[in-house]
Design a binder for this molecule. Structure first.
Ligand SMILES: Nc1nc2c(c(=O)[nH]1)N[C@H]1C(S)=C(S)[C@@H](COP(=O)(O)O)O[C@H]1N2
Ligand SMILES: [Mo]
Length: 315
């Protein structure tokens, strides 16, 4: 999302994850040596789960022929305003974020409301790896191997009541851990929503991992939404609540700037953002821009959801 113009992304020449980790370790020890004392954040080791491998039962290619974004770029250039508005600074600010214990509550118009422990939830469904295109409204894009399970299967398991028409998602509210929440940047906690049929669509994923491992904190640990045909801001991170409701939910960005960020937020090269065109995008790691595809290239799978809708009006 845009408060100030994003700086051009510096592409690290280091793309290999091991080199990346070593470099981080080096920076940390150098900082320690210079400071000559332990700062409180360095006393707490990062979450023990970081780096933990995840096994997947199925692999799906939803961006055929496209090169994966490097791990370094995908986990070093993030939007997560709870931690920082500096995309290059989110990873470090989120380093000690506690993702255990963690619960996700399912509430509202469901016959089986329940508070799920994240570890219980991760065992309920076979995990799949799915390579999806991901595009931010700021016109950068990535190709990411997400690991997760379809949101629709989870919702079905919770038994939606007949009046359920929308799904609302809420991020953790914890200003002690999330420095961004101590400022009125946005209305906290971050909220997003989907129409019921979008939520049930087989492409809609609840992601718990990426690149073969559990989600790093900066990427929305321990659980985040991935809806590959919608702009990045729909992909809410660090979810604690899923609520089925009858009315269209209020969402953070569409409430903050309604003319710029609509509820649907379908990737559409023909509908411009009021301040810039959405016709082209820059794949992180490449210098030449490419044309943005309708629904991010997922037209065949999702266009049926929007038949008869004016996508300029419902942007
Ligand atoms: N809770 C929360 N979720 C969020 C955001 C945020 O600031 N807070 N930013 C959104 C935006 S604008 C984008 S582009 C994606 C970025 O995800 P990534 O950092 O994994 O690429 O997260 C989305 N989810
Ligand atoms: Mo975004």
């Amino acid at each position: 999302m845009l408060i100030k113009r994003p700086p051009d992304i510096k592409n690290s020449e280091i793309t290999d994850k091991e080199l990346y980790m070593n470099r981080r370790q080096f920076i940390t020890s150098a900082a320690l040596a210079i400071a000559g004392f332990m700062s409180p954040s360095l006393l707490h080791p990062p979450d023990a789960r970081a780096g933990q491998k995840l096994s997947v039962s199925k692999k799906g290619l939803f961006a055929p022929g496209e090169k994966l974004t490097s791990y370094t770029d995908a986990t070093g250039y993030n939007n997560f305003y709870e931690f920082s508005t500096d995309k290059l600074g989110v990873a470090d600010t989120a380093r000690n974020f506690k993702t255990r214990p963690w619960t996700v509550s399912v509430e509202g118009l469901v016959k089986k409301p329940k508070v799920y422990d994240i570890d219980e939830l991760m065992k309920m469904f076979p995990l799949e790896e799915r390579i999806y295109r991901f595009r931010c409204v700021e016109a950068w894009s990535m190709v990411i191997p997400w690991i997760g399970f379809p949101l629709g299967e989870f919702i079905r398991r919770c038994d939606p009541a007949p009046g359920a028409k929308y799904v609302e998602f809420t991020t953790l509210l914890d200003p002690k851990q999330m420095p961004g929440q101590r400022q009125e940047l946005l209305e906290w906690p971050y909220r997003e929503g989907l129409r019921m049929d979008e939520a049930m669509h087989p492409l809609t994923l609840l992601a718990v991992g990426m690149y073969g491992e559990v989600l790093p904190n900066q990427s929305g640990a321990p659980i985040r939404l991935v809806v590959p045909w919608k702009y990045g801001f729909k992909n809410i991170k660090s979810i604690v609540r899923i609520r089925l409701i009858g009315e269209i939910p209020v969402t953070t960005w569409s409430k903050a700037i309604p003319d710029e960020y609509g509820f649907y937020a379908n990737i559409n090269p023909r509908v411009s953002h009021p301040r810039w065109s959405q016709a082209r995008e820059r794949r992180v790691g490449e210098s030449i821009k490419r044309e943005t595809l309708m629904f991010n290239g997922y037209t065949e799978q999702v266009e049926k959801l929007y038949t008869g809708m004016d996508l300029k009006k419902f942007f």
